[in-house]
Design a protein around this ligand. Structure first.
Ligand code: ZN
Length: 181
């Protein structure tokens, strides 16, 4: 088992649009394994490559630890793209391994369609609603450099300013390894 250190709010790589993946090779397969180890160790249900300091368009999702979603299979999405979103939006309290201790209600489309490549380099499309749609959108956001604070109104953001400040100063404790320059 390999745990990769997780990048925290303030790291530049979390703010960049990640690079498209052009080859699915052994290195990528090892990365995927390490990402699953890292996500599960941190009790996360989604993880994007830039959260482990890699500039690549890939995220993994596994919501099966959440009650009621035990049967949902883990998913690996390479070069993912949201190709359709419902007009209806809904709020949901989100957290993020790169923003430890922060929780915020985020409004997002209730249902989406995601297009991505799987590990066999085959194009897939999946329609999702509920928690899965939520996690797909949160992780897709990571790959374009967007984080929870970018998806909430200024008033809510103001309320979080103390938490964001302490994250920038790394005045945090996590029970998983974090990336330190
Ligand atoms: Zn996140």
């Amino acid at each position: 088992m390999s745990l990769l250190p997780i990048t925290i709010y303030g790291e530049e790589i979390l703010r960049k649009k990640a690079k498209e993946i052009t080859a699915i090779d052994d290195e990528l397969i090892t990365l995927v394994k390490d990402m699953f180890d890292t996500m599960r160790n941190a009790n996360g249900i989604g993880l994007a490559a830039n959260q482990v300091n890699l500039d690549k368009q890939i995220f993994i999702v596994d919501i099966s630890p959440v009650e009621g979603y035990e049967k949902v299979k883990p998913l690996i999405a390479i070069n993912p793209k949201i190709i359709a979103s419902s007009n209806e939006t809904e709020p949901f309290e989100e957290g993020c391994l790169s923003l430890p201790t922060l929780r915020a209600d985020v409004f997002r489309p209730a249902a989406i369609k995601l297009r991505y490549l799987d590990l066999n380099e085959e194009e897939q499309e999946i329609e999702a609603d509920g928690l899965l749609a939520r996690v797909f959108q949160h992780e897709s956001d990571h790959l374009i450099g967007k984080l929870i604070p970018d998806r909430i109104d200024n008033k809510s953001k103001k309320k979080l300013s103390n938490v964001l400040d302490s994250l920038l100063k790394r005045q945090i404790e996590t029970d998983y390894p974090i990336f330190i320059k």
